[in-house]
Design a protein around this ligand. Sequence first.
Ligand code: 5RP
Length: 219
Amino acid sequence: MKLAAARAALDYVPSGAVLGVGSGSTVNLFIAALPGIRQRIEAAVASSEATAQRLAAAGIRVLDLNEVDDMPVYVDGADEVTEHLSMIKGGGGALTREKIVAAVAREFVCIADQSKLVPVLGQFPLPVEVIPMARSHVGRELAKLGATPVLRPGFTTDNGNIILDAHNLVISNPAELESAINQIAGVVTCGLFARRGADVLLLAGPEGVVKRGKRGILS
Ligand code: 5RP
């Protein structure tokens, strides 16, 4: 199903433009399919070092985001997504760069299998990227918000920081919680993508891929 969602995203790759590419196993399947349409892709921006390496190995030119002023489309996966296209991301730890690249893109295309669609976010522990010296402070602040924070063991982000995974949250207002967590001193960003959610969700199930927008099924 991940492969079906990844292949469906090829239709969204614009010609002659810079493509934003996320991280994770679903995106890796998307990258593996890119050589078939390489002539359409001017270059790409990667949301992680791992993705940059895969893109380069697939023969796609990788640009620094600072060299890019227009990006029509960003393709990425999600750990959880609602029907309103708010997401939890960062299971792979690339949430900060994912959020930055997504902020530049005009359209966010999320690719996922149907197990990722949830009525309420929070079953998947919410990743929070934290400056190492702020670990204890941020942990206490997350606990005040009702979370059980757990340090992701032996993990350092591409930015040199740690991840606290916030368990036991029931996220009824994702945009509000995203802002609240992002305002804690020492938080780089949290893995809630609600203020800038996806624009299109390509959700793969046994019957095929369903295209969803923020207002429901598109086709
Ligand atoms: C990485 C991410 C991924 O998009 C998310 O974890 C989904 O991964 P997968 O496609 O492997 O299920 O946010 O930081």
